[in-house]
Write a protein that binds this ligand. Structure first.
Ligand SMILES: [Zn+2]
Length: 352
Protein backbone atom coordinates (compact mmCIF):
# COMPACT_ATOMS: atom_id res chain seq x y z
CA UNK A 1 0.00 0.00 0.00
CA UNK A 2 0.99 3.62 -0.45
CA UNK A 3 1.16 6.04 2.47
CA UNK A 4 -1.91 7.83 1.13
CA UNK A 5 -3.90 4.57 1.25
CA UNK A 6 -3.24 3.90 4.92
CA UNK A 7 -5.92 4.52 7.56
CA UNK A 8 -6.49 8.15 8.40
CA UNK A 9 -5.76 7.89 12.13
CA UNK A 10 -3.62 9.76 14.64
CA UNK A 11 -0.25 8.03 15.01
CA UNK A 12 2.31 8.50 17.77
CA UNK A 13 5.73 6.94 17.35
CA UNK A 14 6.78 5.86 20.85
CA UNK A 15 10.35 4.98 19.92
CA UNK A 16 12.62 7.42 18.06
CA UNK A 17 16.11 8.84 18.53
CA UNK A 18 18.56 11.45 17.38
CA UNK A 19 21.69 9.54 16.37
CA UNK A 20 24.60 9.93 18.80
CA UNK A 21 26.99 10.72 15.94
CA UNK A 22 25.22 14.07 15.46
CA UNK A 23 26.84 16.35 18.01
CA UNK A 24 27.33 19.72 16.29
CA UNK A 25 24.83 22.47 16.94
CA UNK A 26 24.03 23.14 13.30
CA UNK A 27 23.65 19.45 12.49
CA UNK A 28 21.29 19.03 15.42
CA UNK A 29 19.16 21.91 14.24
CA UNK A 30 19.00 20.26 10.82
CA UNK A 31 18.08 16.88 12.30
CA UNK A 32 15.36 18.53 14.38
CA UNK A 33 13.93 20.01 11.18
CA UNK A 34 14.16 16.62 9.49
CA UNK A 35 12.16 14.97 12.27
CA UNK A 36 9.55 17.71 12.16
CA UNK A 37 9.28 17.25 8.40
CA UNK A 38 9.09 13.48 8.87
CA UNK A 39 6.06 13.86 11.12
CA UNK A 40 4.35 15.61 8.21
CA UNK A 41 5.48 13.42 5.31
CA UNK A 42 5.22 10.19 7.29
CA UNK A 43 1.64 10.98 8.38
CA UNK A 44 2.61 10.92 12.06
CA UNK A 45 0.88 13.01 14.69
CA UNK A 46 3.61 13.08 17.30
CA UNK A 47 6.83 11.39 18.29
CA UNK A 48 8.32 10.33 21.65
CA UNK A 49 12.03 11.03 21.46
CA UNK A 50 14.72 9.33 23.49
CA UNK A 51 17.49 11.82 22.81
CA UNK A 52 18.63 12.94 26.24
CA UNK A 53 18.16 16.60 27.02
CA UNK A 54 17.93 17.37 23.30
CA UNK A 55 14.35 16.16 23.52
CA UNK A 56 13.55 19.32 25.49
CA UNK A 57 14.98 21.46 22.70
CA UNK A 58 12.70 19.83 20.13
CA UNK A 59 9.72 20.32 22.41
CA UNK A 60 10.48 24.03 22.71
CA UNK A 61 11.26 24.47 19.05
CA UNK A 62 8.16 22.62 17.77
CA UNK A 63 5.53 22.79 20.48
CA UNK A 64 2.97 20.01 20.49
CA UNK A 65 4.85 17.63 18.20
CA UNK A 66 7.30 15.92 20.52
CA UNK A 67 7.17 14.00 23.74
CA UNK A 68 10.58 13.46 25.36
CA UNK A 69 12.03 10.73 27.54
CA UNK A 70 14.54 11.77 30.19
CA UNK A 71 18.01 10.22 30.36
CA UNK A 72 19.44 8.57 33.48
CA UNK A 73 22.63 9.90 35.06
CA UNK A 74 25.87 8.19 34.07
CA UNK A 75 26.39 5.44 36.67
CA UNK A 76 30.14 6.03 36.55
CA UNK A 77 29.64 9.57 37.78
CA UNK A 78 27.20 8.75 40.56
CA UNK A 79 26.37 5.31 41.87
CA UNK A 80 23.89 6.64 44.42
CA UNK A 81 21.07 8.64 42.93
CA UNK A 82 18.22 10.27 44.83
CA UNK A 83 15.73 9.06 42.24
CA UNK A 84 12.71 10.84 43.57
CA UNK A 85 14.46 14.19 43.47
CA UNK A 86 16.23 13.52 40.18
CA UNK A 87 13.16 12.34 38.27
CA UNK A 88 10.66 14.81 39.69
CA UNK A 89 12.87 17.77 38.69
CA UNK A 90 13.24 16.45 35.15
CA UNK A 91 9.52 15.84 34.82
CA UNK A 92 8.84 19.31 36.13
CA UNK A 93 11.21 20.73 33.51
CA UNK A 94 9.06 19.12 30.81
CA UNK A 95 10.04 15.51 30.19
CA UNK A 96 7.10 13.19 29.59
CA UNK A 97 8.57 9.84 30.58
CA UNK A 98 11.77 7.89 31.26
CA UNK A 99 14.15 6.41 28.69
CA UNK A 100 14.57 4.46 26.47
CA UNK A 101 16.58 2.65 29.12
CA UNK A 102 18.77 0.03 27.52
CA UNK A 103 19.65 -3.35 28.98
CA UNK A 104 21.36 -4.93 26.01
CA UNK A 105 23.62 -7.90 26.64
CA UNK A 106 27.19 -6.89 27.55
CA UNK A 107 30.00 -8.70 29.34
CA UNK A 108 29.00 -9.14 32.99
CA UNK A 109 31.89 -7.05 34.34
CA UNK A 110 30.68 -4.05 32.29
CA UNK A 111 26.93 -4.16 32.57
CA UNK A 112 24.64 -2.80 35.24
CA UNK A 113 21.65 -5.13 35.62
CA UNK A 114 18.23 -3.52 35.90
CA UNK A 115 17.98 -4.90 39.45
CA UNK A 116 21.43 -3.57 40.48
CA UNK A 117 21.67 -1.37 43.63
CA UNK A 118 22.18 1.57 41.22
CA UNK A 119 18.46 1.32 40.44
CA UNK A 120 17.38 1.15 44.06
CA UNK A 121 14.42 3.46 44.45
CA UNK A 122 14.22 4.05 40.71
CA UNK A 123 11.50 1.54 39.86
CA UNK A 124 9.40 2.36 42.92
CA UNK A 125 9.59 6.09 42.14
CA UNK A 126 8.43 5.50 38.56
CA UNK A 127 5.67 3.24 39.84
CA UNK A 128 4.37 5.53 42.58
CA UNK A 129 4.63 8.74 40.55
CA UNK A 130 3.27 7.18 37.38
CA UNK A 131 6.28 7.94 35.16
CA UNK A 132 6.09 5.73 32.08
CA UNK A 133 9.31 3.86 31.23
CA UNK A 134 10.44 2.76 27.78
CA UNK A 135 12.85 -0.11 28.25
CA UNK A 136 14.95 -2.28 25.94
CA UNK A 137 15.72 -5.72 27.38
CA UNK A 138 17.83 -8.37 25.58
CA UNK A 139 18.21 -8.63 21.78
CA UNK A 140 17.09 -11.07 19.05
CA UNK A 141 18.00 -14.65 20.01
CA UNK A 142 20.06 -15.09 16.82
CA UNK A 143 22.64 -12.73 18.35
CA UNK A 144 23.61 -15.44 20.84
CA UNK A 145 24.48 -17.78 17.97
CA UNK A 146 27.49 -17.10 15.74
CA UNK A 147 25.97 -19.06 12.85
CA UNK A 148 22.60 -17.36 12.92
CA UNK A 149 23.51 -13.75 13.72
CA UNK A 150 23.15 -11.42 10.71
CA UNK A 151 26.35 -9.80 9.43
CA UNK A 152 25.19 -6.26 10.31
CA UNK A 153 24.86 -7.36 13.95
CA UNK A 154 28.32 -8.95 14.02
CA UNK A 155 29.82 -5.79 12.52
CA UNK A 156 28.45 -3.85 15.48
CA UNK A 157 29.77 -6.32 18.03
CA UNK A 158 26.26 -7.51 18.84
CA UNK A 159 27.22 -11.12 19.24
CA UNK A 160 27.04 -12.68 22.67
CA UNK A 161 28.90 -15.95 22.66
CA UNK A 162 30.85 -17.12 25.68
CA UNK A 163 30.28 -17.27 29.41
CA UNK A 164 30.99 -13.63 30.12
CA UNK A 165 27.68 -12.70 28.48
CA UNK A 166 24.36 -13.12 30.26
CA UNK A 167 21.87 -15.40 28.55
CA UNK A 168 18.58 -14.07 27.23
CA UNK A 169 16.83 -15.82 30.14
CA UNK A 170 19.00 -14.04 32.69
CA UNK A 171 18.00 -10.67 31.24
CA UNK A 172 14.35 -11.67 31.26
CA UNK A 173 14.61 -12.84 34.87
CA UNK A 174 15.91 -9.42 35.92
CA UNK A 175 12.96 -7.74 34.24
CA UNK A 176 10.45 -10.21 35.68
CA UNK A 177 11.76 -9.54 39.17
CA UNK A 178 11.10 -5.83 38.64
CA UNK A 179 7.63 -6.47 37.23
CA UNK A 180 6.80 -8.79 40.13
CA UNK A 181 7.84 -6.15 42.63
CA UNK A 182 6.14 -3.24 40.83
CA UNK A 183 2.79 -4.41 39.51
CA UNK A 184 1.57 -0.86 38.83
CA UNK A 185 4.68 0.26 36.95
CA UNK A 186 3.84 1.74 33.55
CA UNK A 187 6.31 0.16 31.16
CA UNK A 188 6.69 -0.49 27.44
CA UNK A 189 9.24 -3.11 26.43
CA UNK A 190 10.94 -2.33 23.14
CA UNK A 191 11.08 -4.43 19.99
CA UNK A 192 8.21 -6.72 20.98
CA UNK A 193 10.35 -7.84 23.91
CA UNK A 194 12.26 -9.94 21.34
CA UNK A 195 9.60 -12.63 21.67
CA UNK A 196 8.23 -12.69 18.14
CA UNK A 197 9.48 -16.28 17.74
CA UNK A 198 7.40 -17.41 20.72
CA UNK A 199 3.73 -16.50 20.60
CA UNK A 200 2.76 -18.73 23.52
CA UNK A 201 5.65 -17.39 25.62
CA UNK A 202 4.67 -13.78 24.99
CA UNK A 203 0.98 -14.45 25.75
CA UNK A 204 1.84 -16.06 29.03
CA UNK A 205 4.26 -13.24 29.89
CA UNK A 206 1.56 -10.62 29.21
CA UNK A 207 -0.90 -12.62 31.31
CA UNK A 208 1.56 -12.90 34.21
CA UNK A 209 2.38 -9.17 34.09
CA UNK A 210 -0.77 -7.21 33.40
CA UNK A 211 1.13 -3.89 33.45
CA UNK A 212 3.69 -4.88 30.78
CA UNK A 213 3.37 -3.65 27.20
CA UNK A 214 5.45 -4.08 24.04
CA UNK A 215 6.37 -1.81 21.14
CA UNK A 216 6.77 -2.70 17.48
CA UNK A 217 10.07 -0.91 16.84
CA UNK A 218 12.08 -2.96 14.34
CA UNK A 219 13.92 -5.55 14.93
CA UNK A 220 12.82 -6.55 11.38
CA UNK A 221 12.93 -10.16 12.61
CA UNK A 222 9.66 -9.41 14.36
CA UNK A 223 7.82 -8.88 11.06
CA UNK A 224 9.54 -11.96 9.65
CA UNK A 225 8.69 -14.21 12.60
CA UNK A 226 5.13 -12.98 12.89
CA UNK A 227 4.55 -13.49 9.15
CA UNK A 228 5.45 -17.17 9.56
CA UNK A 229 2.45 -17.72 11.86
CA UNK A 230 0.42 -14.88 10.50
CA UNK A 231 -3.10 -16.05 11.36
CA UNK A 232 -2.26 -17.01 14.96
CA UNK A 233 -0.48 -13.72 15.51
CA UNK A 234 -3.36 -11.79 13.97
CA UNK A 235 -5.61 -13.24 16.66
CA UNK A 236 -2.99 -12.29 19.26
CA UNK A 237 -2.85 -8.67 17.99
CA UNK A 238 -6.61 -8.41 18.28
CA UNK A 239 -6.62 -9.91 21.78
CA UNK A 240 -3.71 -7.80 23.07
CA UNK A 241 -4.40 -4.69 20.99
CA UNK A 242 -4.35 -2.51 24.10
CA UNK A 243 -0.84 -3.71 25.05
CA UNK A 244 0.95 -3.08 21.71
CA UNK A 245 2.52 0.27 20.77
CA UNK A 246 3.59 1.75 17.44
CA UNK A 247 7.33 2.46 17.36
CA UNK A 248 10.01 2.73 14.68
CA UNK A 249 13.51 3.18 16.19
CA UNK A 250 14.02 6.06 13.78
CA UNK A 251 17.51 7.40 14.39
CA UNK A 252 19.05 4.00 13.84
CA UNK A 253 18.08 4.84 10.27
CA UNK A 254 20.01 7.79 8.89
CA UNK A 255 18.42 9.42 5.86
CA UNK A 256 14.93 10.83 5.46
CA UNK A 257 14.01 8.01 3.09
CA UNK A 258 15.29 5.40 5.56
CA UNK A 259 13.18 6.95 8.32
CA UNK A 260 10.13 6.83 6.03
CA UNK A 261 10.84 3.21 5.13
CA UNK A 262 10.66 2.24 8.81
CA UNK A 263 7.26 3.89 9.20
CA UNK A 264 6.00 2.31 5.97
CA UNK A 265 7.17 -1.20 6.88
CA UNK A 266 5.27 -1.29 10.15
CA UNK A 267 2.15 0.33 8.77
CA UNK A 268 2.05 -1.92 5.72
CA UNK A 269 2.54 -4.88 8.03
CA UNK A 270 -0.35 -3.88 10.30
CA UNK A 271 -2.76 -2.60 7.69
CA UNK A 272 -2.32 -4.47 4.42
CA UNK A 273 -2.97 -8.05 3.49
CA UNK A 274 -0.01 -7.96 1.09
CA UNK A 275 3.07 -10.05 0.69
CA UNK A 276 5.97 -7.60 0.70
CA UNK A 277 9.71 -7.23 1.25
CA UNK A 278 12.11 -4.81 2.93
CA UNK A 279 12.30 -1.81 0.54
CA UNK A 280 15.63 -1.56 -1.29
CA UNK A 281 16.13 1.97 0.08
CA UNK A 282 15.78 0.90 3.75
CA UNK A 283 18.66 1.00 6.24
CA UNK A 284 21.04 -1.94 6.53
CA UNK A 285 19.67 -3.14 9.88
CA UNK A 286 16.50 -4.19 8.12
CA UNK A 287 17.53 -7.62 6.83
CA UNK A 288 16.53 -8.53 3.29
CA UNK A 289 14.88 -11.94 3.71
CA UNK A 290 14.21 -14.22 0.77
CA UNK A 291 10.67 -15.04 1.83
CA UNK A 292 8.10 -12.25 1.80
CA UNK A 293 6.47 -10.74 4.88
CA UNK A 294 2.70 -10.94 5.10
CA UNK A 295 0.47 -8.13 6.33
CA UNK A 296 -1.95 -8.58 9.26
CA UNK A 297 -4.80 -6.47 7.88
CA UNK A 298 -5.95 -5.48 11.36
CA UNK A 299 -9.37 -3.94 12.02
CA UNK A 300 -9.52 -0.19 12.42
CA UNK A 301 -10.37 -0.17 16.14
CA UNK A 302 -7.23 -2.20 16.89
CA UNK A 303 -5.09 0.09 14.74
CA UNK A 304 -6.50 3.03 16.65
CA UNK A 305 -5.24 1.57 19.93
CA UNK A 306 -1.81 0.59 18.63
CA UNK A 307 -1.31 3.90 16.83
CA UNK A 308 -2.24 6.38 19.55
CA UNK A 309 -4.83 5.44 22.20
CA UNK A 310 -2.46 3.18 24.15
CA UNK A 311 0.26 5.80 24.03
CA UNK A 312 -1.98 8.58 25.30
CA UNK A 313 -3.25 6.38 28.11
CA UNK A 314 0.29 5.82 29.40
CA UNK A 315 2.13 9.03 28.53
CA UNK A 316 -0.66 11.58 28.54
CA UNK A 317 -3.04 13.10 26.01
CA UNK A 318 -0.62 15.87 25.01
CA UNK A 319 3.11 16.49 25.44
CA UNK A 320 4.00 18.56 28.51
CA UNK A 321 5.20 22.12 28.21
CA UNK A 322 8.85 22.84 28.90
CA UNK A 323 9.83 25.18 31.71
CA UNK A 324 12.72 26.66 29.80
CA UNK A 325 14.51 28.28 32.76
CA UNK A 326 14.45 25.08 34.77
CA UNK A 327 15.47 23.06 31.70
CA UNK A 328 18.43 25.39 31.14
CA UNK A 329 19.65 25.11 34.73
CA UNK A 330 19.33 21.31 34.68
CA UNK A 331 21.33 21.14 31.44
CA UNK A 332 23.93 23.48 32.94
CA UNK A 333 24.28 21.17 35.94
CA UNK A 334 24.71 18.24 33.56
CA UNK A 335 27.45 20.19 31.76
CA UNK A 336 25.41 20.00 28.56
CA UNK A 337 26.45 23.32 27.01
CA UNK A 338 25.08 22.52 23.62
CA UNK A 339 21.51 21.94 24.74
CA UNK A 340 21.74 25.07 26.87
CA UNK A 341 22.68 27.06 23.74
CA UNK A 342 20.00 25.41 21.66
CA UNK A 343 17.33 26.03 24.29
CA UNK A 344 18.29 29.66 24.49
CA UNK A 345 18.16 30.16 20.74
CA UNK A 346 14.93 28.20 20.18
CA UNK A 347 12.19 30.65 19.39
CA UNK A 348 9.49 29.67 21.80
CA UNK A 349 6.85 31.63 19.97
CA UNK A 350 7.49 30.15 16.54
CA UNK A 351 4.46 28.19 15.45
CA UNK A 352 4.98 25.31 13.03
ZN1 LIG B 1 15.75 2.49 20.52
Amino acid sequence: MEFSEFADLPIIDCHAHIPLRIRKEDDLKKEAETLKELIKKGYLTQMYLSAGSLGLYLKVKYPGFFYAGCPLPNPEASRRVDWDRYLSRLMEAGFDGVGEIVSKPAPRRERIPLNDPYYEGFWSTCESRGYTVLCHVADPEEFWDERLAPSWAKERGWIYCGDEYPSKEELYNEMEEILDNHPRLKIVLCHFYFMSADLEGLSSFLERHRNANVDLALGIELIYNISKRRDDWRTFFIEYGDRIFFGTDIGVSRSFQQHLDRIWLIRNFLESDEEFYTPSTADQLLTRYEEPFRGLSLPRHILERIYSANFRRLWGAEPKNVKVDLAVSICEEMGDRMTVNLLKTAKTKEMP
